[in-house]
Write a protein that binds this ligand. Structure first.
Ligand SMILES: NC(=O)c1ccc[n+]([C@@H]2O[C@H](COP(=O)([O-])OP(=O)(O)OC[C@H]3O[C@@H](n4cnc5c(N)ncnc54)[C@H](OP(=O)(O)O)[C@@H]3O)[C@@H](O)[C@H]2O)c1
Length: 325
């Protein structure tokens, strides 16, 4: 049985390019085709990344019988429709984060994938990086004792542009869905579902969130403090306080190549370099697809749905509603 996965990519933007380059580091991944909204863009992208088949419509891409799986790399508001298109055509899907714009959309995608028996996963690449795999394994093994708190932030300073993906409500913009999802997903991964959530947000003139502070509590005094912003920088670090040590992941925690374990009298530095960053999620998805699994145990569909529900609740609290909702 072949273990190779032939990938088709929907979209030709920044992150589609990073994915195409990542496949070079994965033996069993072949970037076979790309789909764009125009032939010209598909050709430029295909030439740049060595992708032989280039389609001018996403419908044509998913109709290619030689493609096993589709990587969805379009703006947030298109994840739902592009994923359904691929699933309906019988393709497995790795969909960029956030899985969808809201829980309703995510549920439809999950129901369809399960009904069709196809693989679907949110491309939360951070969870597959060697540094984070290592940290999670050590935490799960109890090496540091229980987690007491988590602090994580991800903020970037963009000049305000109402048309930009991050500020444009028509593209489901906002700091939370684009950037804040990293610290939020980390909190769900390490601490599970919170008992309480409290938050503050400041909105951009377009009505989407541009700064937010979120506190989650878990009982037993455990808590997570998360920040995000699209108009002001933050260090982009994560700090996990445990019973025996503090695990520090420096800027940027989401693309960690090393981490520190700070004990009372010593600091252990662990380096886990890599080439691209997406190669680990590509390999993970390919292996699951080849072995007939329809979900990832690392980024499960139920957890993606819980995270979407948490983001829905935060946006409702802040009064952020997209025009198409
Ligand atoms: N994992 C990560 O590190 C990471 C980082 C950044 C972004 N992302 C996620 O990846 C997705 C894409 O982000 P990106 O930075 O690659 O965006 P981008 O550079 O704007 O590219 C998006 C692509 O989607 C296609 N598209 C379809 N409908 C579109 C529309 N209405 N407006 C604009 N483009 C449209 C376009 O390709 P065609 O014109 O060829 O159809 C475009 O090139 C987002 O969901 C984002 O959250 C992930």
């Amino acid at each position: 049985m072949s273990t190779k996965t032939c990938w088709g990519i929907i979209g030709t933007g920044n992150i589609a390019g990073k994915f195409a380059d990542a496949t070079r580091f994965v033996e069993d991944a072949e970037p076979l085709a790309v789909g764009s909204r125009s032939q010209e863009t598909a050709d430029i992208f295909g030439k740049r990344h060595g992708i032989p088949r280039r389609y001018p419509r996403y419908e044509d891409l998913v109709g290619d019988p030689d493609i096993d799986a589709i990587y969805v790399a379009t703006p947030h508001n298109s994840h739902h429709i592009n994923t359904l298109l691929a699933l309906e055509a019988g393709k497995h899907v790795l969909c960029e984060k956030p899985l969808a714009v809201n829980a309703g959309e995510a549920e439809e995608m999950i129901v369809m994938a399960r009904k069709k028996g196809l693989f679907l996963m949110e491309a939360m690449w951070t969870r597959f990086l060697p540094a984070w795999v290592d940290i999670k394994a050590r935490l799960d093994a109890g090496e540091f004792g229980a987690i007491r708190s988590l602090q994580a932030d991800f903020g970037i300073e963009l000049a305000y542009d109402p048309k930009h993906r991050l500020f444009n409500p028509d593209l489901a913009g906002g700091a939370l869905l684009d950037l804040g999802i990293y610290p939020l997903s980390l909190a769900f991964w390490l601490l599970g579902q919170p008992e309480t959530t409290s938050s503050w947000a400041e909105l951009a003139p377009t009505g989407v969130d541009q700064r937010a502070a979120i506190t989650l509590t878990y009982g037993g005094g455990r808590f997570a403090q998360l920040n995000t912003a699209s108009d002001v920088w933050s260090m982009g670090e994560a700090q996990i306080v445990t019973e025996k040590a503090i695990v520090r992941v420096h800027r940027l925690f989401l693309d960690a190549r090393s981490y520190e374990v700070v004990d009372f009298d010593k600091t252990e530095i662990v380096r886990k370099p890599y080439e691209n960053g997406f190669e680990f999620e590509v390999r993970h998805a390919g292996e699951r697809i080849a072995s007939g699994q329809t979900e990832s145990e690392v980024m499960s569909l139920d957890e993606s749905l819980e995270i979407m529900r948490a983001m829905d609740a935060l946006r409702a609290e802040w009064g952020v509603k997209y025009p198409f909702e």
